[in-house]
Write a protein that binds this ligand. Structure first.
Ligand code: M6R
Length: 615
């Protein structure tokens, strides 16, 4: 969604702001803007443009030469994409500029009140009220002069809704102010320079130390330091986290798209997820992030996984793993639904949030609800220090590195790695035998090698994608561990190639969806040599009997399916519980190459945002 960057330091702000905006482009946006406090003039220069950041870059004039500035990529909510609606927004006098993520719910009332007091509005946005409120507070406030910081706090206290907001003022050239309520903001601490952004990816390579703001905190940022306070003026001691990601991880590195790079990174990201956690000879897993709650975990008798999108699909695989190997009843719920049910939770329930970004509003709300009800909350999160990582009682990081493409790929397989480790960890705390534990551990260790084998066949998958590029409708099918992959394969082709696709458990076909099957529908079926092989085979027969086409993902050496399917992609044999880790890769590649054939903007698909921080 929208992206915020801010800079105060010794370098020209414009350079970092542009670079930061470009790094946030992957989040999806429709317009961009920048405000910089000009050197020696104490005036704000503001420029905005519709469309890509490069349009803004081309418009920026020489007067953008200060050391303090803010910038934004906007995703339209209130008012259409246009220059006047793009951020930063300024007050009547042009002395204050603000960028904002989130939604100000009471903006209409505030706008009316401000208009009555003579303020002139230029945009249709909710954000603009923040700039005018700041102006109002600084100039009016009972006739006394109050500081920028005080005015900022007074302004924030009048807002209902959510915000990640950063403000600068030409009358206060020595500071930048930032605050958060349910919309992430992170400070990057450099030497003699401070960065602020809504997403750490904006500052990868520029800083090594970062500080995550919590809700209802404000940061008073000076060139060479910062102070964090609560809205009630209590100074906060903030932990500084080390940012492990390097610049190369956030660049395309020769690949045409981030998505392809991230698909090919999977053998490495998977190995990174296992690193130091797999004790093969002991047939168990060591998960440092769960140490603090180890005893409580021994007593849990139920797990509820809450997540969205791709992370929901990994949760569904996790459900099979946790029930089969840890013996713990597990349910998976879309986080957006969880909070509107009346979840029955107790102290023996663990609610596990899975999230790549760690900032998904629905997942965060579900975790807060679970905490409120006394459940143990756990996280499987990729972004270190993100809100979900901080708000859960304990958790395990994926260590997949930055995932830039909107379509999630390597985060999915890293989440599966952690779920397999979790099943091993909890299973060995319970009844899982050493022999089975060791088998799982050994096979987990071989997964990167199998992944490499599949990736080496990318050219064959590309040929298939060319053949089916014009296909108008897909049905993705699978059973048991590969039913979630059917959902995930369908999601991938929908989100990046814009082809209607449905994911179903193969067994559900006969209860309705089979009515759709004819020559125009392509069924992609994951039919591996596993416990549901025969069932999937019957599914293939049913489709073929109705004139449908079948692209099968099958186990190497399966000559039976090879004779039946219209086309086939082979993957190496592994344990059934780990097969989703391999079967998903051809589906990711297929969706990617179909999208290339169809000329789609793969890393920035239309209407989508990388991290969904609003409900
Ligand atoms: O950051 P999260 O894992 O919480 O994000 C959840 C979904 O928004 C995300 O997986 C989304 O479905 C992706 N576009 C899938 O490719």
């Amino acid at each position: 969604m929208c992206g915020i960057v801010g800079y105060f330091g010794k370098r020209p702000a414009r350079d970092f702001l542009l670079e930061g905006l470009k790094r946030l482009e992957y989040r999806g946006y429709d317009s961009a803007g920048m405000a910089v406090l000009q050197n020696h003039k104490s005036k704000l220069a503001v420029t905005k443009s519709v469309g890509k950041v490069v349009n803004l870059e081309n418009k920026l004039k020489q007067n953008f030469n200060g050391f303090l500035g803010i910038a934004h990529t906007r995703w339209a909510t209130h008012g259409k994409p246009s220059e006047k609606n793009a951020h930063p927004h300024t007050d009547c006098g042009g002395n204050v500029a603000v960028v904002h993520n989130g939604i100000i719910e009471n903006y209409r009332e505030l706008k009316e009140m401000l208009k009555k007091r003579g303020h002139k509005f230029r945009s249709e946005t909710d954000t603009e009220v923040i700039a005018h409120l700041l102006e109002e507070e600084m100039s009016v406030s009972g006739g006394k002069n109050i500081s920028f910081e005080e005015a900022f706090v007074k302004t924030l206290k009048q807002l209902n809704g959510t915000y990640g907001v950063v403000a600068i003022s030409s009358k206060n050239p020595d500071m930048m102010l930032a605050a958060r309520l349910s919309s992430p903001l992170v400070l990057g601490i450099g030497l003699g320079e401070i960065f602020v952004a809504s997403d750490v990816s904006a500052m990868v390579g520029d800083v090594k130390r970062v500080v995550y703001l919590d809700d209802k905190e404000i940061a008073i940022i000076k060139k060479d330091g910062y102070v964090v306070k609560t809205l009630s003026n209590r100074k906060q001691e903030k932990e500084e986290h080390t940012l492990e990601w390097d610049k190369a991880a956030a660049e395309r590195g020769g690949y045409p798209h981030f998505m392809l790079k991230e698909i090919f990174e999977q053998p490495k990201s998977f190995a990174d997820a296992l690193r130091g956690r797999l004790l093969i000879k002991e047939g168990r897993a060591r998960l440092g992030g769960l140490q603090a709650v180890e005893k409580r975990l021994r007593n849990i008798n139920r797990i509820i996984i809450v997540s969205c999108g791709t992370s929901y699909h990994s949760g569904l695989v996790g459900e099979y793993m946790l029930e089969e190997y840890a013996g713990i009843p597990t349910e998976v719920e879309m986080a957006s639904e969880f909070r509107y049910r009346k979840p029955l939770l107790d102290k023996k329930t663990a609610v596990l949030a899975i999230s790549q970004s760690g900032e998904t509003a629905d997942t965060l709300a579900a975790i807060r609800e679970a905490k409120e009800k006394g459940a143990l909350t756990l996280g499987i999160v990729n972004v270190v220090g993100s809100t979900i990582a901080r708000e859960t009682d304990a958790g395990v990081y994926c260590h997949a590195g930055p995932e830039i493409a909107v379509a999630s790929t390597k985060a999915f397989t890293s989440q599966l790695a952690i779920l397999a480790l979790l099943a091993l960890y909890l299973g060995r705390q319970r009844e899982l035998s050493f022999v089975m534990g060791e088998r799982i551990a050994r096979e987990l260790n071989r997964i990167p090698e199998y992944m490499e084998k599949i990736l080496a066949r990318a050219k064959d998958i590309k040929k298939l994608a060319k053949k089916y590029a014009k296909q108008k409708h897909y049905m993705y099918l699978g059973r048991k561990y590969n039913f979630p992959n059917a959902l995930e394969g369908a999601l991938k082709i929908k989100e990046i190639a814009y082809v209607p696709a449905q994911g179903y458990p193969t067994g559900e076909m006969k209860h309705g969806p089979i009515a759709l099957i004819d020559q125009s529908v392509m069924s992609v079926i994951i039919a591996l040599k596993d416990s549901v092989y025969e069932k999937n085979l019957s599914g293939i027969e049913e489709i073929l009997a109705r004139g449908g086409k079948v692209l099968a993902v099958a186990t190497e050496g399966d000559s039976v399916i090879a004779k039946k399917a219209t086309d086939i992609i082979f993957i190496p044999k592994t344990l059934e519980m780990l097969s989703s880790l391999l079967a998903i890769i051809p589906l990711q590649l297929f969706a990617y190459f179909v999208a290339v054939e169809r000329g789609c903007d793969i890393d920035k698909p239309k209407n989508l945002a990388k991290s969904v921080t609003v409900e």
